[in-house]
Design a binder for this molecule. Structure first.
Ligand code: SF4
Ligand code: SF4
Length: 322
């Protein structure tokens, strides 16, 4: 591993991040000293990637090169016990892969709700209506958010919209639609946003990532994404929060299908700031906020739940042209 770069004596602190084992200077100034940690977040959130199996193979899927697209129903009781033992109030966000493909999906939802946990889900929404109805019933005691990902390589937008509107009518929690802003999708996103908003369904865009980073959008494309609310409605596309105090690791964490826990998605990507494993007794939750050490935060949960201080987003274009 290379040594961290020197800095002049007396110079303002710089943030460093590790990229492929190499320390790199942060490109943007760090103002963390002036930004105190946000107050303790009353509700914690786990993003549980409960399987890697999926019935789709989207060209932009960040898991598309993964050989191991498996799922282990046998470990379900261990996961449930670990989540129910978390201190305080927690929401479990189920994702994958495609979580509805997990053989124990509905059992997991029922067990988590019985343990007093709020359950949300990120899904490609391909599950049959009977299964979706069963999910709505299973989670109705503490309903969370259903985030339906629109994958235009596989579904037709009008039919998808009708199905989402139907589901929103039977699910007591929130329902949103998301779509990845690929270059192929971008020309359609403004019209899709209008279509879903008119149907009463919030429509969020997600920047496309390749090789760990947001793709090199042109300025006009960035303006369109910002005008559509930025990443998941945060107003930002690829914020650099390095140096800021963040509650991820204490009130937010990522858990993979093998039980490995990380502070957040960038932590998992770089295989650092691990929190142990939920299934083998090594899991340790942090107690306090800690400085962010990543140059790009793609975790919109901590951003939107007040776990890290956010700057106001850059001004959005008045009338997006896609
Ligand atoms: S639906 Fe999601 S998990 Fe499945 S292939 Fe597409 S992007 Fe990947
Ligand atoms: S969630 Fe975002 S802000 Fe917090 S540590 Fe991770 S990358 Fe940094």
């Amino acid at each position: 591993m290379n040594n961290p770069p020197d800095r002049a004596p007396g110079a303002a602190p710089i943030a460093l991040y590790v990229d492929g084992g190499v320390f790199v200077r942060n490109a943007e100034p760090v103002e963390s000293a002036a930004i105190p940690a946000p107050p303790y977040p009353l509700s914690g959130v786990v993003s549980w990637n409960m399987n890697t199996t999926c019935n789709y193979r989207c060209t932009y899927c960040t898991q598309r090169f993964q050989d191991d697209r498996a799922q282990w129903a046998r470990d379900l009781p261990g996961f449930i016990d670990a989540f129910c033992a978390l201190p305080g109030d927690w929401e479990i966000k189920l994702s994958g892969g495609e979580p509805f493909q997990h053989p124990g999906f509905l059992d997991a939802v029922r067990a988590l709700v019985a343990g007093g946990l709020r359950v949300s889900v990120v899904t490609n929404f391909s599950a049959p209506r009977d299964t979706l109805r069963a999910f709505a019933a299973a989670s109705e005691v503490r309903p969370g958010l259903l985030s339906a990902s629109l994958h235009l390589e596989y579904v037709e937008a009008d039919a998808f919209c009708r199905k989402v509107v139907w589901f929103a009518g039977i699910h007591p929690g929130r329902v949103v639609v998301t779509c990845v802003a690929t270059r192929e999708n971008l020309p359609q996103l403004v019209a899709l946003h209008a279509q879903f908003q008119a149907a009463g369904i919030p429509f969020r865009v997600q920047p496309e990532k390749q090789d760990r980073d947001v793709i090199a959008y042109r300025d006009s494309e960035l303006a369109t994404i910002r005008a559509l609310g930025g990443h998941n409605g945060t107003g930002h596309v690829a914020p650099n929060l390095s140096g800021r105090s963040c509650w991820a690791g204490a009130r937010y964490l990522i858990v993979d299908h093998r039980g490995n826990a990380y502070r957040c998605y960038p932590a998992r990507r770089y295989r650092r700031e691990g929190l142990g494993n939920l299934l083998d007794g090594t899991f340790r939750l942090r107690l306090d906020p800690a400085p962010c050490v990543y140059r790009y935060c793609n975790c919109t949960v901590p951003q939107q739940r007040g776990m890290v201080a956010m700057d106001p987003p850059p001004p959005a274009a008045a009338s997006p042209s896609a």
